[in-house]
Design a protein around this ligand. Structure first.
Ligand code: APR
Length: 336
C-alpha cells in the first residue's frame, strides 16, 4: 500500500503536513469576490457558480441580502450540480486572498438619467469599497462593472495603484454582444456565426467597428444593406437605454453579468481570449492616461496585452472623441 503521508511523485499539489487530522494537500481554490448583491452582482454570482469558476463571496451594504442570496444559490447547487462554496457578507474580511474581484456596487441608472449623472455618487461608493478590499486582496484582478464604467475603471486603478494588467472594465463584451445579437437578428442567422467588436467608452459615443464585423467570416456588408447596419449601430449605442426604458426600475443585468463572467473565465482558465475591455492606455491608439474600450488579451496574468488594431481615420477620430468624453468624467473627479 502507498505511504499516504508522501505525495505521489508527479503531484502538483504541495504537501501541507500540519497537525494530525489537518489538511493533507493544500489544494488551491480560486476565490472570486463580487461586490454588490443587486441585479448584476447576484446574477454574476449565479453564473460564476454555474460555471464552477471558483468559490464566490458576495458582498453588499444591505444586511442579510448577500447572505440570503448566497444561501439561495448554495441551495440550488444540488439541483444545478455545481460544487463551489458560496457565502454572503456585509464586510470584506472574507475577500482575503481573492483572485478576482468583480465590482458591481453602485446606483443603477433610472429612466432619463445618464451614466454620467451617476458619476459622483458611484465614485464615492467605489472608492470606499476599493480602500477596504485592496489591502485584503492586493493581487486580485479587478473587473469593474459600476457605471460610468470607464471613469470607474480609471478610479479603481488610480486608488489601488495596481499595474494596468490587473484592472479592466466590463463594457466592450456587453456592447459587442448587443451589436452581435442585433446583426444576427437582422441577417436572420445564428448569433454563433456573428463576430463584431465595439470599442470606445461605454456611452452614446461608443465605436461599433462595422469594418471588422463578420458573419461566418464574411464581411457584414455582404449580408446587410448599409442603412440596415447603421440602424443596428444606433440600436447598439442605445442598447442600455432601451432596456432601462422597458424595465423602468433598473438597468440591464443578464447581459452585463454574462459579459463580466466571460472575462473572469478568461483569466481563471488562462484562455488568452481576445475581448474588448476597458483598459488603461499607455500610448496605444494614440491615447495615454485614460481608460477606454479596446481589444485586449485576457489570461492568467490578467490583461496580458492591448491589441493595437489598424483603424481608419474615421474610426480613430470616433475613438478619440469617445476617449475625450471619458477624460471629462475623470477630470470631474478631481483626483489627487
Ligand atoms: N458597498 C457594497 N454594496 C453597495 C454599496 C457599497 N458601498 N453601495 C451600494 N451597494 C449595493 C446596493 O445595496 C445594491 O444592492 O450595490 C447594489 C447595486 O445593485 P442594483 O441596485 O440592483 O444595481 P445593478 O442593476 O446591479 O447595477 C449595478 O452595475 O451596470 C451597472 O449602472 C449599473 O452601476 C450600476 C451597477
Amino acid at each position: 500500500m502507498r505511504d499516504r503521508r508522501k505525495p505521489p511523485a508527479a503531484s502538483k499539489f504541495r504537501l501541507a503536513r500540519r497537525a494530525r487530522g489537518g489538511t493533507l494537500f493544500a489544494v488551491p481554490r480560486v476565490k472570486i469576490g463580487v461586490v454588490g448583491a443587486g441585479q448584476v452582482g447576484a446574477t454574476t454570482a449565479q453564473r460564476l457558480a454555474e460555471r464552477e469558476l471558483g468559490d464566490v463571496v458576495l458582498a453588499d451594504i444591505l444586511e442579510g441580502v448577500p447572505q440570503g442570496k448566497a444561501l439561495d444559490l448554495a441551495e440550488s447547487a444540488p439541483v444545478q450540480r455545481y460544487d463551489v462554496r458560496l457565502s454572503g457578507t456585509n464586510d470584506y474580511r472574507p475577500f482575503e486572498g481573492a483572485s478576482v474581484v468583480i465590482l458591481t456596487a453602485g446606483l443603477p441608472r433610472k429612466p432619463g438619467m445618464s451614466r454620467d449623472d451617476l458619476l459622483k455618487k458611484n465614485a464615492e461608493i467605489v472608492t470606499g469599497v476599493v480602500e477596504k478590499i485592496h489591502p485584503l486582496a492586493p493581487d486580485a484582478f479587478w473587473i469593474v462593472v459600476s457605471n460610468p464604467l470607464d471613469v470607474m475603471t480609471f478610479l479603481v486603478r488610480h486608488r489601488t495603484r495596481l499595474p494596468r494588467s490587473r484592472v479592466v472594465g466590463m463594457a466592450g463584451v456587453l456592447d459587442s454582444a448587443r451589436f452581435r445579437s442585433f446583426l444576427a437578428q437582422a441577417a436572420g442567422v445564428s448569433v454563433r456565426d456573428v463576430q463584431a467588436m465595439v470599442l470606445g467608452g461605454h456611452g452614446d459615443d461608443m465605436v461599433p467597428l462595422v469594418r471588422y464585423a463578420t458573419i461566418a467570416g464574411i464581411p457584414v456588408s455582404e449580408w446587410l444593406a448599409a442603412d440596415k447596419i447603421e440602424q443596428m449601430v444606433a440600436r447598439t449605442r442605445g442598447g442600455g437605454a432601451e432596456i432601462v426604458s422597458l424595465l423602468k426600475t433598473g438597468s440591464a443585468f443578464y447581459a452585463p453579468s454574462a459579459a463580466a463572467v466571460e472575462m473572469a473565465e478568461a483569466v481563471v482558465r488562462d484562455q488568452k481570449r481576445v475581448l474588448p475591455c476597458c483598459a488603461f492606455l499607455e500610448g496605444e491608439y494614440g491615447l495615454r492616461d485614460v481608460c477606454v474600450g479596446v481589444p485586449v488579451v485576457l489570461g492568467a496574468k490578467g490583461m496580458e496585452r492591448v491589441v493595437d488594431l489598424n483603424l481608419s481615420d474615421a474610426e480613430r477620430k470616433a475613438l478619440h472623441a469617445s476617449a475625450s468624453h471619458v477624460r471629462e468624467g475623470i477630470s470631474a473627479l478631481a483626483l489627487a
